[in-house]
Write a protein that binds this ligand. Structure first.
Ligand SMILES: [Zn+2]
Length: 637
């Protein structure tokens, strides 16, 4: 399972996109096969599935030499300040070249470090490149925040040849509006960084050391923490229930500690937000990550709550099917992973590739050509064959003018892995399409990156459903489609409301204990979850959501990612030819304007308002009816 969440640091490295897959996969019916049981996925040629790193540097020595020279040039660049208006365009151009060069080192070294996590020099190099990249971006930003630059009129911007950097200058103005003086920033960092890091570490350490009494099952002794997945898929209902409850109990023993940690994080973030001139921590994070105001996000969250029955309907259909298949009259959370009765077989790479390319046909021949290039091992962009000491998870690498690659810890043909290829590969292709974009404009709000990758996943479920040969298989992929949409729209919606509620409550002094967080969560779950009233332990489920602790107010990103993905999907289904042209143009453009404007200009829809939500709800309703129909047919046969 991708482990990107753990890797992402608080500083949110701009070139790293957290994988939304992480969540989607938790609702998969996990297949029982392992790599040992599956046939060789690479048809006897695993060595072809390692990336060709000479696309970046001819050798490690060459990389190292180039890096030392680049460090010198960078030092010299950083010493020339402040900038004068007349020379700014040239300084920005030079900064862009340096950033690109550092990213080439980063990609090369990160690839090496991921292939072999014991490769210390590679790790050091990747860290150095990351640091240099951040320093360069901050330096450029600081120069653009100077009085002289802030005073430039639109005519001045044209006059000094800065037109292509107009949005960069605007962004610096916005940062300046909420920025602290360097001295205040330094003090704030000294005071808050260690506290926030300490709180996150405390959560991680507590979670890592959770223990539970082993359970006697007909498959032998199973540990509710380590064997959670095995227990969840056990054919023994009592074992599923005991496993489910024991795992939550293991968290709940530390409930007050988890609550105190989360409340302290909320207090710190609230103070930081106020220091920067925001009304609240949510206002600060929404502005930065979604480019939306707090009332705008509120309105979307309220609207989702009004339609929570759409989620309950889907859950009910699934629960009824479980009841039909198993004979269990009172289905509960721990029974929900049993339904279609289908378990996918591993796909050899060649077959997975063919399915992926067919799935992507809806995005048009240009997109498919790009993906075909990526998936062809001789092009050297795939790093997916297993080996010792590999970093776990999957991600893409690449940058403006730096070739892309797709990394996975291994590929054995599982559905999870095929889905990772189309998701992370989607990120890689997006980067590739932005290859000519200025390095200042290849990063944008994460939710947009994720929206594009989720769209690919939806197309994959559709394709696998089309290729299905039995009703059970068809139902299985219909469930995957619905799980993806419901997890991203509704679960993220619930989480967004919970997190907003916690921050509001903490700021108002109304949330001070575990019971108060549990109560808030219980009110939300009551509206959304089919089993909320029968299963009171569900209300403590927030303790298991590590992003609440590791990346405050991030979860709502998934909601917007899903809403955009559903809208893109709908447009693609309705008018594929128009969609393909507009979509590719948007992907190639990069982020030279705010996300909402980018979507409006290229795709014609806006991010605000409830129109996006209506589309996603309709998709959920339609697909739930289809799934019900498939279940009915299964019953007749
Ligand atoms: Zn992703």
């Amino acid at each position: 399972m991708p482990n990107a969440a753990k890797l992402l640091t608080r500083s949110l490295s701009l070139s790293m996109i957290r994988s939304v897959l992480l969540r989607a996969l938790t609702v998969f019916v996990i297949s029982n096969f392992t790599s040992a049981q599956s046939p060789d996925p690479f048809d006897g040629h695993p060595n072809l599935y390692h990336a060709d790193l000479t696309r970046y540097f001819s050798s490690s020595q060459a990389e190292n030499d180039a890096r030392r020279r680049l460090a010198q040039t960078t030092d010299a660049y950083l010493q020339t300040a402040p900038w004068i208006e007349d020379g700014t365009a040239a300084r920005l151009d030079e900064g862009a070249r340096l950033i690109t060069d550092w990213m080439r080192h980063r990609v090369y070294c990160r690839a090496q470090a991921s292939r072999d996590i014991t490769d210390k020099p590679a790790k050091t190099c990747a860290n150095e490149a990351n640091d240099r990249y951040s320093v360069l971006l901050s330096f450029v930003d600081a120069q653009l925040q100077s009085k002289a630059m802030q005073g430039l009129s639109s005519t001045d911007i044209d006059h000094f040849g800065l037109d292509r950097y107009r949005y960069l200058i605007e962004q610096a103005r916005e940062t300046a509006a909420h920025g602290l003086s360097p001295q205040s920033q330094h003090i704030a960092d000294l005071l808050t960084d260690p506290v926030l890091e300490g709180l996150t570490d405390r959560y991680d350490a507590t979670e890592r050391n959770l223990t539970a009494e082993p359970l006697e099952t007909k498959d032998g002794k199973l540990d509710p923490i380590k064997d959670a997945s095995k227990l969840a898929h056990s054919s023994d209902r009592a074992a599923r229930k005991a496993g489910w409850e024991a795992k939550q109990q293991a968290y709940s023993v530390h409930g007050e500690l988890f609550a105190a940690t989360l409340i302290d994080i909320a207090r710190e973030e609230t103070a930081l937000a106020k220091l920067c001139g925001f009304a609240s921590a949510p206002a600060r994070f929404y502005a930065r990550r979604l480019q939306l105001t707090e009332p705008q996000v509120h309105s979307t969250l309220d609207a989702i709550t009004q339609h929570a029955d759409v989620l309950k309907d889907y859950q009910r259909v699934r629960a009824e099917q479980v009841s039909h298949v198993t004979g269990i009259p009172d289905v509960r959370s721990w029974d929900m992973d049993v339904s279609s009765g289908y378990d996918p077989n591993p796909l050899p790479y060649a077959q997975a590739k063919a399915a992926i390319l067919k799935a992507l046909a809806g995005l048009g021949p240009d997109y498919v050509a790009q993906f075909t290039w990526l998936l062809e091992p001789k092009n050297g962009a795939l790093e997916i064959a297993s080996g010792p000491n590999r970093e776990s998870g999957g991600f893409s690498l690449g940058y403006s003018a730096v070739p892309v690659m797709l990394y996975m810890d291994g590929f054995h043909g599982s559905l999870t892995e095929t889905s990772t290829v189309i998701h992370e590969g989607g990120h890689a292709i997006h980067r590739k399409l932005m290859n000519e974009v200025s390095p200042y404009y290849v990063n944008g709000p994460h939710f947009l990156f994720e929206a594009y990758a989720i769209l690919n996943q939806l197309l994959l479920w559709d394709e696998l459903e089309r290729e299905s040969t039995t009703l059970a298989e068809k139902a299985y992929y219909q469930e995957r489609f619905l799980d993806t949409v419901s997890a991203e729209v509704f679960t993220s919606g619930e989480e967004g409301i919970l997190e907003q509620g916690i921050y509001d409550g903490v700021a108002a002094g109304k949330i001070n204990s575990q019971a108060e967080i549990d109560n808030l969560n219980a009110q939300i779950l009551e509206k959304y979850e089919l089993f909320a009233s029968e299963e009171p332990t569900l209300r403590s489920g927030w303790m298991r959501k590590n992003l609440l602790f590791e990346d405050p107010l991030y979860l709502v990103n998934y909601l917007y990612a899903a809403l955009v993905a559903c809208k893109l999907y709908e447009m693609d289904m309705a008018h594929p030819a128009d969609f393909q042209k507009q979509y590719l143009t948007m992907l190639r453009e990069g982020f030279d304007m705010p996300a909402a404007e980018l979507l409006k200009k290229n795709m014609g829809f806006s991010l605000d308002g409830n129109q996006l939500l209506d589309g996603a709800l309709e998709l959920m309703r339609d697909r739930t009816i289809q799934l019900k129909h498939t279940y009915d047919l299964m019953m007749k046969h």
